[in-house]
Design a protein around this ligand. Sequence first.
Ligand code: DON
Length: 314
Amino acid sequence: MTSGCTPIADDPDALVAKLTEIVDRLRVAPDRGKVADYIPELACIDPHQFGLSICLCDGTQMNFGDAETPFSIQSVSKAFTLAIALGRFGEGLWRRVGREPSSNAFNSVVDLELEKGKPRNPFVNAGAIVVTDEIMAGRAPRDALAEILWFVRTAAGDNAIYIDEALAKSEKVTGHRNWSLAHFLKSSGNLKHECDLSLGTYFHQCAIEMNCVQLARAGRFLAGLSAKDELVSTSHVRSINALMMTCGHYDGSGEFAYRVGFPGKSGVGGGIMAVVPGKASIAVWSPGLNEYGNSKLGTIALEELSLAAVWSVF
Ligand code: DON
């Protein structure tokens, strides 16, 4: 680095100043995207909220805006279930789900038919349903769900993380697209449990509520910031980060990699868990979504932070 050009990442005061500026501006930005309305409980979320939390490699954590307001993590949960499934079944998982990016929406039915019932990756809905179905093998759905919740709480170092039952139930009643994906998987021989059991577990994992403070802490294992690596092996962390980079934002993953330059996993609740390997774990939340179903202002915040801190991995 040339003198006079120290990245703000090396200067805590400059990092706080930059993040304060970004968050203060985006909290009142007029063009906020559109909240997900296909899940009734998410349709009434106030889009004028913005939170960000960042954990750094020296153990410090900084919180900004609405960082302590809980939100529905939705598809961010898929990074945690992938970690659990890789831990339990290793490479065998890839017999049931692919590792390639998708060019259609996260809930695409046509992709699944074209791939003959093998979802393109573990982050599109069909792939995440298969991963959850795999985690359920040999035990009751409630036990699989208990492990998912245990994993998230352990990663975050916080037991005060719960499931929004009303949200899970409402998605079970209205999530017809996911029902069609589950039935297609079942008809292809790629769902071991009955559709209502696998989907019931999947809807509940999506309905986990966390705030940015908790989510940034939960992502530390992916950034290599945890004190010990016993939760997930280094090789699985590498695999998960590769998939978050290439598939974590669905058909908007190329755009996210181009603009932000480090791995992230989004959810339609407006949260993004992002990882700067060896440097930072970041959670950002703004409920308005872009055309791909990813947080519009959350992506902008990460893009600006990445540029200022010189954190792109490219
Ligand atoms: O299955 C669904 O459609 C939702 N529970 C989760 C989708 C989601 O979060 C997509 N991410 N941006």
